[in-house]
Write a protein that binds this ligand. Structure first.
Ligand code: GTP
Ligand code: MG
Length: 314
């Protein structure tokens, strides 16, 4: 994996050698993996929604501090695989993320005891022999019996080297303590990303994820899962005071879906656009004009070519 990106600057002559490492974040859907990543980095690199299976590709988030670089790999929630090509691509991206990493964070939801999906993840990481696994019990802020729950998860991962209870959403200090622990154990190695880089996504991919996040939050039932977003144009303003113009396609699988995403008199697409634009403006610190088009791309979830275009194919 590290071979894919070229080592960056950061090793000044005579300076201390740099330290670096990869950390995979895995777990079943909706436990808070992407929230944990975003809190670790202090910026929003990954989309978060209350719905399971939000993350679809293994996004890398980079944290660099004083000669040390941690590369986190956020992964799609590991779930009982459906038959679609998308489901299979998501599974592969979890398995790929576990190859060649220096540590694995297994994130679980302490509000509930383990279920079959957690057991699936436990089996997956149980096969890792030489990689340290840290069990991260998340959502402790909302858990009734956190200690009991954490113990049940520990029983599923007897090889985990430690277990902790945190709230990725509400207790950044606990997340930073975990980050410091990971920084402390880094071994000597080159930086894999330039020091000012926070993720391996292009700005278009990142913006597309924020738009998809807004769509997933607004849509119901099966629809959040049949939507994909492709940013097709990004125009920086030519004059001061003008907005950045971002043009994106929202892909749906059927023309019936298209009608729902557009909504009565365009009400739904307007809401989605408003939410996405606000988020984009917060992070870009600039005005944004968002142009959204809903496109029917029949059965894109079964279409390997479409999955490649969307970057979902690992
Ligand atoms: N109460 C509470 N909610 C949390 C916490 N962390 C995350 N959440 C919520 O859990 C939901 C899922 O969070 P995500 O970060 O998208 O979860 P994920 O594991 O990345 O989900 P997938 O990408 O679908 O696998 C969101 O509604 C978050 O706000 C936490 O510490 N406490
Ligand atoms: Mg996620």
């Amino acid at each position: 994996m590290p071979g894919e990106v070229s080592p960056a600057e950061g090793q000044a002559a005579g300076a201390e050698p740099t330290r670096s490492g990869f950390v995979a974040i895995v777990g079943k859907p909706n436990v808070g993996k992407s929230t944990l990543l975003n809190t670790m980095l202090g910026v929003k690199v990954a989309p978060i929604t209350p719905k399971p299976q939000t993350t679809r590709r293994g996004v890398r988030g980079v944290y660099t501090q004083e000669g040390r670089q941690l590369v986190f790999v956020d992964t799609p929630g590991f779930h009982r695989s459906g038959k679609s090509a998308l489901d299979q691509a998501m599974h592969r991206s979890v398995r790929d993320a576990l190859v060649d990493v220096d540590a694995v964070l297994w994130v679980v939801d302490l509000r509930r005891p383990p279920n079959d999906e957690d057991k699936l993840v436990a089996r997956l990481i149980g096969d890792l022999r030489d990689t340290p696994v840290i069990l991260v019990g998340n959502k402790v802020d909302a858990a009734k019996y956190p200690e009991e729950a954490l113990q049940l998860y520990k029983d599923l991962a007897p090889h985990a080297e430690r277990a902790l209870a945190i709230s990725a959403l509400n207790d950044p200090a606990a997340v930073y303590a975990l980050r410091d622990d990971l920084l402390d154990r880094l071994e000597e190695g080159p930086f894999f990303f330039p020091t000012d880089i926070r993720s391996d996504q292009t700005r278009e991919e990142w913006a597309g994820e924020l738009i998809r996040e807004a769509a997933m939050i607004h849509l119901r039932e099966e629809l959040p899962y049949s939507v994909a977003v492709q940013v097709v144009e990004w125009q920086e303003p030519e004059e001061e005071g003008r907005p950045i113009v971002i043009t994106a396609e929202i892909w749906v699988e059927k023309s019936g879906h298209r009608r729902i995403v557009i909504g009565k008199g365009g009400a739904m697409i307007k809401e989605i656009g408003k939410m996405a634009r606000k988020q984009l403006e917060v992070f870009l610190q600039e005005r944004v004009y968002l142009e959204l088009e809903v496109v029917v791309r029949a059965d894109w979830r079964q279409d390997r070519e479409a999955l490649r275009e969307l970057g979902y194919e690992p």
